[in-house]
Design a protein around this ligand. Structure first.
Ligand code: CP3
Length: 356
């Protein structure tokens, strides 16, 4: 039914199998640093207009692959599609972050939340996955994704971005049972959403836990990790998703890698605040690692970009199981030529690394 995969470096690295060179993709690789993305977004009228139209979503997903020798594509969408489908009313004001018209604050608000219908409000997502998989024609694998329950809850309770997401943190101290009810309906929604993307043709699944790292160790386990484990367990019981590698990325959670490695996931994303040699020791060969160049390095000169890319590759060393990525998303002011320097250096130096 699908074209055979021509480049399987990314999937092989996630399985910790040998590869000819280190695979690379970049978080937010389809985004505002690309003029062609800004042009399509202009035509679509708004971010949600872009994400909810499968033809536009497919077009922008493929844009970075036309410029750079990337080893994976990631579905163009957003983590906040689930709360939007739950009725919270998502919008992105130009130049500002996400906004919900109806944040979730009370027990009654939380009781009203239900797992969205994957063939209803979220049909545009699986339609986009099907179209992108067809248009990729086996060139590289397609990554599907979702937000972690904790990170989705952060935005749903606050109603918008925040430096500390104190409203959800306060709720979790004041009424932990209520916070758990919110996180449970989100975990069931995330699992069902990722399973639907797997059925539609996604070849790997990633969970973005952008705000898990701001929790203390006990709260991280109780409110963030526990619900990612629930998601992974549900995916392992799903006929389509069970075959797919799952990548968990908790930003700022370098100290929790050993525990996260026992979640049943295939790989962990890591940010730049931990050295990959230390991260590799922490996970003790149980999972692959994805990361971890500081995204601001892309604002430096090509020489610095090449040097820092080699330093990341050297810190992992000549071992199986490394997928190169930034430690967080690429930012709008990056020169696309700098991204090209990075991708080419990772492939070139990744080959040299394997010759020794
Ligand atoms: O990586 C990709 O190329 C795939 C697409 C993708 C987007 N968002 C598109 C997007 C992915 C994987 C996400 C994940 C996402 N969204 C996260 C987790 C990863 C992370 O960055 O921490 C979070 C927290 C969100 C929520 C979100 N969406 C915020 C806070 C913002 C505003 C900040 C910003 O960068 O503008 C968005 C908007 C958004 N999502 C944009 C893109 C390309 C920019 C919007 C635009 O085009 O105007």
């Amino acid at each position: 039914m699908h074209a055979p995969l021509k480049n399987d470096r990314f999937l092989r690295a996630l399985r910790r199998e040998p590869v000819d060179t280190t695979p690379i993709w970049v978080m937010r690789q389809a985004g505002r640093y690309l003029p062609e993305y800004r042009a399509t977004r202009e035509r679509a009228g708004s971010f949600m207009g872009l994400a909810q139209n499968p033809e536009f979503a497919c077009e922008v997903t493929l844009q970075p692959l036309q410029r750079f020798d990337l080893d994976a594509a990631i579905l163009f969408s957003d983590i906040l599609t689930i709360p939007d489908a739950m009725g919270l009313g998502l919008s992105f004001a130009q130049g500002e972050g996400p906004q919900f018209a109806h944040p979730v604050r009370t027990a009654a608000d939380i009781a009203r939340l239900a797992v969205p219908d994957m063939d209803g409000e979220l049909r545009y997502v699986t339609d986009a996955v099907r179209l992108i998989r067809r248009e990729l024609d086996g060139r590289v694998p397609l990554i599907g994704f979702a937000g972690s329950p904790w990170t989705l809850a952060c935005y749903m309770v606050e109603g918008h971005g925040s430096r500390d997401f104190a409203l959800l943190k306060a709720l979790s101290w004041n009424d932990p049972a209520l916070a758990h009810r919110l996180l449970d309906v989100l975990a069931r929604s995330v699992a069902s959403y990722l399973a639907a993307q797997a059925e539609a043709g996604a070849q790997a699944l990633m969970v973005f836990d952008t705000w898990g790292g701001m929790l203390g160790p006990k709260a991280f386990r109780e409110f963030s990790l526990r619900y990612m484990q629930q998601v992974v367990a549900a995916l392992q019981a799903d006929a389509h998703a069970r075959k797919l590698p799952v990548i968990l990325f908790s930003k700022g959670a370098g100290q929790h890698l050993a525990e996260m490695a026992d979640s049943g996931c295939a790989a962990l994303g890591v940010d730049w605040t931990i050295n990959l040699a230390d991260a590799r020791r922490a996970v003790a060969g149980k999972v692959a690692l994805q990361g971890n160049l500081d995204p601001t390095v892309l604002r430096a000169s090509p020489d610095v970009i090449r040097r820092e890319a080699r330093a990341v590759l050297d810190s992992y060393g000549n071992h199986p199981g490394h997928v190169f990525n930034l430690g967080h998303g690429i930012t709008p002011e990056v020169d696309p030529e700098h991204m090209k320097v990075l991708v080419n250096e990772v492939h070139a130096y990744g080959r040299t690394l394997r010759e020794h």
